[in-house]
Ligand binder design. Structure first.
Ligand code: GLV
Ligand code: MG
Length: 337
C-alpha cells in the first residue's frame, strides 16, 4: 500500500461526539480519535462506543482514520482494541499505541489485531499501527520498535510525555526552552533515522500553544527540515500551516521534476552518469533525492508546472537558468560516476 498522507494529524477526544463530527469535516490528512490522555479516566469505557459511532456515522473520505488506545500496560488497552475493531471493522485504518517502550508492546497489539481481523472477516494485516515514542526507554529502543511489526506505519514523537519522562524543567511544549540549541534535535533525528531504516513514516507530536500559529509553523518547519512527514495538530488553526509546511513548494517540486528529466536524458540518451544542470552537478544520488521529493509532492496533489511557466526553485543553487543540460567539467571527480 502506498504511504498515506499525514501532513496534519488531528487529535480529537473520543469522549466528545461534536468534536469528532467537526474533525471529519476538517482539512486534516489524518484524524485520531483519542481514548488515552484527552479522555478523562472516568469517561474512557464509555468513549469506546462514541468512537465507534463516530467512525460508523460520519463521512471520513480522504482521511486516515485512527484510534489511539491506552498504553498496553493499562487496564484499558485490551478492551479498547477489541471494542473498536469489533464495532468499526474496516472503518478504522490504524491503531495508535501510546508510550511504546519496547518491541513487545507493538507485538501485543499486532497479535490482538490478527485475532480480531480473523474473527471479523477482515483481511489479515489490514489494520496498521502507529507507535508513539514518548519516554526515555522508548527512545532508547526506537530501533527495535521501528522493526517490531509489518503493520507499523509510523513512529510518532510525544514531546509532552517525553518532557515529563526526562524531567525537563518545562511546563508546556513550545519553542521557548532555555537551551542554546534545539532541545529536541537528538530525539527528532533519532526517530527519523529509526523510522527511515524500517521504511516507515515519522511524525512530530503536538505544539501546545494553540494560538501561537507562528510558533507552530516554526516547530513544524524544524521537523520538515529533518524529513518528517507531518505533525500533530490540536486546533483547526494549525491544520493549514501543517499542510503547507509539509508540502514541497511548487518551485522545488518543479526543480525535482527537472532533475529527474535531466538525469534520465543524461543516462539514457547521453550515457553519462554525472552531468551539469545549470551550476549544479547531478548524478544518481541527485536522482534519488529528487525522486523522494517528487513523490512527496505528488502525494500532496502537486503537478509539474508546464515548461515555460516555471519559477526558479527557492532552495535552488542553479541560478534560475531553466534546465540547461551540459556536460560535466573535466574536474568532476571519478567517484561521481
Ligand atoms: C503526546 O501524546 C505527547 O505526550 O506529547
Ligand atoms: Mg502523550
Amino acid at each position: 500500500m502506498p504511504a498515506r498522507l499525514r501532513r496534519s494529524v488531528l487529535a480529537v477526544p473520543g469522549s466528545n461526539p461534536r468534536m469528532m463530527e467537526k474533525a471529519a469535516a476538517s482539512e486534516a490528512d489524518e484524524v485520531f480519535l483519542d481514548l488515552e490522555d484527552a479522555c478523562a479516566p472516568l469517561e474512557k469505557p464509555a468513549a469506546r462506543a462514541k468512537v465507534v459511532e463516530a467512525l460508523r456515522s460520519h463521512d471520513w473520505s480522504g482521511k486516515t482514520r485512527v484510534v489511539r488506545i491506552n498504553q498496553v500496560t493499562s487496564q484499558f488497552a485490551f478492551d479498547d482494541i477489541a471494542e473498536v475493531v469489533r464495532g468499526a471493522g474496516a472503518g478504522v485504518d490504524c491503531i495508535m499505541v501510546p508510550k511504546v517502550r519496547n518491541a513487545g508492546d507493538v507485538a501485543f497489539v499486532d497479535r490482538a489485531l490478527l485475532q480480531l481481523e480473523a474473527a471479523e472477516g477482515l483481511e489479515p494485516g489490514s489494520i496498521g499501527i502507529e507507535a508513539q515514542i514518548e519516554d526515555a526507554e522508548g527512545l532508547m529502543r526506537a530501533e527495535e520498535i521501528a522493526f517490531a511489526s509489518a503493520r507499523l506505519e509510523t513512529l510518532t514523537y510525544g514531546p509532552a510525555d517525553f518532557s515529563a519522562s526526562l524531567q525537563l524543567p518545562s511546563l508546556t511544549v513550545a519553542n521557548d526552552y532555555n537551551y542554546p540549541g534545539d532541545i529536541f534535535h537528538y530525539v527528532l533525528f533519532k526517530l527519523a533515522v529509526a523510522a527511515r531504516a524500517a521504511g516507515i513514516q515519522v511524525i512530530d507530536g503536538p505544539y501546545l500553544l494553540i494560538r501561537d500559529v507562528e510558533g507552530f509553523r516554526a516547530a513544524a518547519s524544524r521537523a520538515a527540515a529533518l524529513g518528517y512527514d507531518g505533525k500533530w495538530v490540536l486546533h483547526p488553526g494549525q491544520i493549514g500551516p501543517a499542510n503547507e509546511v509539509f508540502t514541497p513548494s511548487q518551485a522545488d517540486f518543479d526543480k525535482a521534476a527537472r532533475i529527474l528529466e535531466a538525469y534520465r536524458h543524461a543516462t539514457e540518451v547521453e550515457r553519462k552518469g554525472a552531468v551539469m544542470m545549470g551550476d549544479e552537478m547531478i548524478d544518481e544520488a541527485s536522482r534519488k533525492m529528487a525522486q523522494q521529493f517528487y513523490a512527496r509532492g505528488v502525494a500532496a496533489g502537486l503537478t509539474p508546472t508546464p515548461e515555460g511557466q516555471r519559477e526558479p526553485a527557492v532552495s535552488s543553487h542553479e541560478g534560475g537558468s531553466g534546465s540547461p543540460l551540459t556536460h560535466p567539467p573535466a574536474e568532476v571527480p571519478a567517484t561521481a560516476e
